[in-house]
Design a protein around this ligand. Structure first.
Ligand SMILES: Cc1ncc(COP(=O)(O)O)c(C=O)c1O
Length: 360
């Protein structure tokens, strides 16, 4: 077996103990005589998998009882439209645009109502998070929207915006479960799971019960109504059983290593190793203002596109995969999600140090 250190932004590396457990259960899940991927979602055995997944997630994040946890297909992208379709009552929402993903979400929301861009960091290619302590929040805004960690641009909110009493909706796709989260600060948290949790094809939506409304536009497709999923325990139709199963394994794994406090410590340690290197390097530098750097996605450049490409090729040859930066930022990007071991970050930094010495 030759596993590489996989720095992909998503789908992304998974914890090895989880993959091994899944491998062991692949043909016969706990004496059921079948694989989870062959199982009816209406079976007792699968219902238990789904119930345990939800219970473990609730425990990990401390999700209050008045929040629903929904497992929905369609990726985080489907939420870009489900959110305005379900949460816009007055037809107005305030968006904070800090990168590619919040920009996409705002563009989609404009199809359903009035969208105010109340803050943005577009002026400096999304390399920082704007001051959100005193924004011109619309009196009629149904919610304030953020992408809490911008996967492409590598920025993260250190403090949540002052929404002046409006509910906060956050895309946590690329930081889900990376650190403790006070769920009651939000009206809704959601994310695609394929970055920090499990396989692609599933989004988790954590939404305050009173925000799940029935009085939305009658022509809203049934699948795109939160009440459909909430009333059916996320089983209105066939869910992504496999992804729910794998996510459940990851939740148990996180619990076993000490939960989100412990995970956050490890993530801070990993990120510090990489950022310290970048801060002291003459060849490489990070693209994000220090204060707003992500613990999960670390974009960096040499300042020369040809050199960047040569470094990416060299890293790949040395067993470090998927370090090419997104085309809108260029350079390199190391996604160091929960499942990236600290050894992987140390090995990458050792490699880059040596590369710099040899190519100075
Ligand atoms: C922060 C963020 N939001 C949304 C998305 C879109 O997710 P999906 O591909 O699951 O639709 C991504 C995907 O990469 C992302 O990083």
């Amino acid at each position: 077996m030759a596993r590489v250190y996989n720095f992909s932004a998503g789908p992304a590396t998974m914890p090895l103990p989880v993959l091994e457990e899944i491998q062991a259960e692949l043909l016969d899940y706990k004496g059921s005589g079948m694989s989870v991927m062959e199982m009816s979602h209406r079976s007792k055995v699968f219902q238990q998998i789904a119930d345990e997944a939800e219970a473990d997630l609730r425990e990990l994040m401390g999700i209050p009882d008045n929040y629903k946890v929904l497992f929905i297909q369609g990726g985080a992208t489907l939420q870009f439209s489900m959110i305005p379709m379900n949460l816009m009552k007055n037809g107005v929402a305030d968006y904070i645009v800090t990168g590619a993903w919040s920009k996409k979400a705002a563009t989609e929301a404009k199809k359903f109502g009035k969208v105010n861009i109340v803050a943005t960091s577009a002026d400096k290619n999304f390399s920082y998070i704007p001051d959100c302590s005193d924004l011109a929040i619309d009196d009629d805004a149904d919610y304030v929207y953020i992408c809490e960690n911008e996967t492409i641009h590598g920025t993260t909110f250190q403090t949540l915006p002052n929404t002046k009493g409006k509910i906060l909706v956050a895309d946590q796709s690329s930081m889900f479960l990376s650190k403790p989260c006070n769920v009651s600060d939000y009206g809704m948290i959601y994310g695609g799971v394929q970055k920090n949790i499990g396989p692609a094809g599933l989004s988790i939506v954590i939404i305050r019960e009173d925000l799940i409304r029935e009085d939305i536009a009658e022509n809203t497709p049934v699948y795109m109504r939160y009440d459909t999923h909430a009333n059916a325990g996320s089983m209105y139709n066939t869910p992504n059983c496999w992804a729910i199963y794998v996510c459940g394994k990851v939740f148990k794994y996180l619990k076993s290593i000490g939960g989100l406090e412990a995970m956050n410590k490890i993530n801070e340690e990993k990120a510090a190793i990489l950022y310290d290197f970048l801060d002291n390097s003459k060849m490489f530098h990070g693209t994000v203002e220090k204060e707003f750097r992500s613990l999960m996605n670390v974009p960096f450049v040499t300042g020369d596109a040809d050199k960047d490409a040569a470094v990416v090729a060299a890293t790949k040859a040395a067993g470090f995969d998927n370090l090419k930066g997104h085309k809108s930022v260029g350079g390199l990007r190391a996604s160091i999600y929960n499942a990236m071991p600290i050894e992987g970050v140390k090995a990458l930094v050792d490699f880059l140090k040596k590369y710099e010495e040899e190519n100075a």
